[in-house]
Design a binder for this molecule. Sequence first.
Ligand code: FES
Length: 175
Amino acid sequence: MSFRDAPLAVIHDRDRATLFNAEIRAAIDAHLAKYPSEWKQSAVMPALTIVQDDNGGWLTRELMDDVAAYLDLPEVAVYEVASFYGMYDLKPTAKHKVCICNSISCMLNGSEDLIHHVEHKYQVKPGETTADGRFTFKEVECLGACRDAPVVLIGKTFHEKLSAASLDTLIEGLE
Ligand code: FES
């Protein structure tokens, strides 16, 4: 095995049983069970998603450190994932996240118009939350549904081939 192939592993002195609650530990363990024990880093993305969902949609430094301890990873390995992927948020968000894909297929099919529409109508820039707290607006990379561009992800639901009017209808339906 080369150095590049070596699994990431560090010694944490924290008792895993004290990290998170039993429900979260069970949810993370279900993902860990899919991989060999020396490849716990394979579960870092689902673990971050589980912890973020439980924390109201965003990750604190402490929660990322807890994920690192739980998975026996260096903290930086978790920070890298959490800061790279657009589905993770490192500051508080609204209950709802409106995520407009602006990668090539969506861009060619009107996502920039949707982004400008949201910016003007709701007075919010990507990365910000509306003044009324209704939603956090995000511009994200390809969501893997390019055939039906432009695509908007709200919560965990994909909305495809949207116009400004149909996006407004979705936003106005957010509670
Ligand atoms: S480019 Fe938008 S979903 Fe792929």
